[in-house]
Design a protein around this ligand. Structure first.
Ligand SMILES: [Zn+2]
Length: 100
């Protein structure tokens, strides 16, 4: 058996890329990309998928995740400024996608 933490990381990255190649990134991947939690190459693929491929399914999922995150932050009383900043950032991403 290999090192558990290393194996887990490899499994996750491999799973991410498998998702990418088959069709659409998993919603968890879209969320991670939105929160800046993906490696740059994976994040770049998600951006490409949303902004260049303009996948309507993933765009809808991304917007849904955005709303869910906002509601979660509201219900837990999380920092409002952070939520606003997140909305601004995702709005800019959306506008860039529309204009591009
Ligand atoms: Zn997609």
């Amino acid at each position: 058996m290999s090192d558990p933490s290393e194996g887990a990381l490899e499994f996750t990255v491999a799973g991410v890329w498998r998702e990418f190649r088959v069709s659409c990134p998993h919603p968890d991947v879209l969320r991670a990309a939105r929160l800046g939690g993906l490696p740059e190459d994976a994040a770049a693929f998600v951006r490409f998928h949303l902004e260049e491929s303009r996948c309507p399914y993933c765009s809808a999922v991304a917007q849904e995740l955005e709303i869910l995150d906002q509601e979660a932050e509201r219900s837990t009383g999380a920092d409002v400024n952070a939520a606003q900043e997140r909305v601004l950032r995702s709005t800019m991403t959306f506008l860039r996608r529309v204009e591009g």
